[in-house]
Design a protein around this ligand. Structure first.
Ligand SMILES: [Zn+2]
Length: 376
């Protein structure tokens, strides 16, 4: 007893061609033998769906089926032997129905895989270079021009369609499996899947028709990159042979140069500032480096060693989010190590002076509290 074709595809008699196609697609994917290895009932459903589609997608056959049912195709009069569709016939439909998803080109190349026309576009190899960046460049982003030695197609080189695979990049084999005759694709041994082979090349070119070339490549580096970050410049790696090949990429690895006075910690910067004893006592103004030039900072009279001044937004921008880190200025009071006789006498006099007696207030935070503040 043959199942009704509309029933097989789960569609109504008034389904449009697009709906029929869509319904078949769904069934074919669900019951495909590659997805259901060894499952006889899935194979049967897969064949049924293909058969139903074969009839319902053809206006004439559909009209006859609508009028006479399965009887319309019995006895071979209809030109189509219902139920005798083999796997090869089914797979050969796929090119029309699934287009690029099935790698068309006369071959079935598996689910999800394959590019248009069943041919893998050959891609050249990637090149890697390192660029050294200053903190200032990292802070603002920079455009770097670098010289890159890359392989390009030689002037006057030409490629022709591979005769082994006729440009498909794959050769088909029909094998008998428990699921019936299956077409399997393998990479063409002549062109390694490119679909093209070298035709003519100038003397200076290598066996792939490529030559070494030095090129200046401009690389836009966004602000906030970190050591080890890899940026990709599409198509600036080595070329590959063939008219349809695509060039490899240039991988740019960021290297961070050490700054004379600034240390990086994520988006924050740290600066160790040394002031002398008198400056700490009397107060002072200092020019310090930032990634956007010098800034003047004011140190209040009576500043304790270990104080941290936070310059908001003077750190580095974040590559992932808005805003910038801070610049943290760590104040270190330099205690004099050599004193003149006069200076010695002065400090001796101050030894027991009330003003020289440590008297930390609640506002003078301990080292640990400061660290805690820094990260909050
Ligand atoms: Zn080939």
């Amino acid at each position: 007893m043959k199942v009704d074709y509309y029933e097989v595809l789960k569609i109504s008699k008034s389904a449009t061609p697009a709906e029929i196609k869509k319904a078949y697609r769904k069934k074919a994917i669900k019951y495909h033998p590659d997805k259901n290895p060894g499952d006889k009932s899935a194979e049967e459903k897969f064949k049924q769906a293909a058969e139903a589609y074969e009839i319902l997608s053809d206006e004439n056959k559909k009209a006859r089926y609508d009028q006479f049912g399965h009887a319309a195709f019995e006895g071979g009069a209809g030109g189509f032997q219902g139920g005798h569709m083999n796997m090869e016939d089914i797979f050969s439909q796929f090119g029309d129905i699934f287009g690029s998803a099935f790698g068309g080109g006369g071959g079935f190349s598996g689910f999800g895989g394959g590019s248009s026309r069943g041919r893998a576009r050959v891609k050249g190899s990637n090149l890697r270079i390192r660029v050294k960046l200053t903190l200032e460049e990292i802070a603002n982003g920079v455009e770097k021009k670098v010289k890159v030695r890359r392989k390009v197609k030689a002037e006057g080189v030409s490629f022709k369609t591979c005769t082994t695979c006729h440009g498909n990049g794959q050769v088909m084999r029909v094998t008998n499996t428990i699921l019936g005759r299956m077409q399997t694709a393998s990479t063409c041994p002549t062109c390694q899947g490119a679909g093209e082979v070298l035709d003519k090349k100038p003397k200076n070119a290598d066996n792939n028709g490529l030559v070494q070339n030095e090129e200046t490549v401009s690389i836009k580096i966004p602000a906030g990159v970190t050591e080890g970050v890899q940026l990709k410049v599409n198509g600036k790696g080595n070329a590959a042979p063939g008219n349809n090949s695509i060039d490899g990429d240039l991988i740019v690895v960021v290297e961070e140069l050490e700054h004379a006075t600034l240390k990086r910690e994520g988006t924050n910067l740290h600066h160790d500032l040394y002031i002398n004893f008198s400056e700490a006592v009397m107060g002072v103004s200092k020019n310090i480096d930032t990634v956007s030039g010098k800034v003047k900072i004011k140190i209040e009279p009576g500043t304790q060693s270990g104080k941290i001044l936070r310059l908001r937004g003077k750190g580095l921008p974040s590559i992932e989010s808005y805003g910038s880190g801070d610049l943290l200025v760590h104040i270190n009071v330099w205690t004099p190590q050599n004193l003149s006789k006069e200076q010695k006498q002065f400090f001796e006099k101050m030894m027991d002076d009330e003003n020289f007696t440590p008297n930390p207030s609640k506002n003078d935070k301990s080292f640990f509290e400061k660290v805690k503040d820094m990260f909050s």
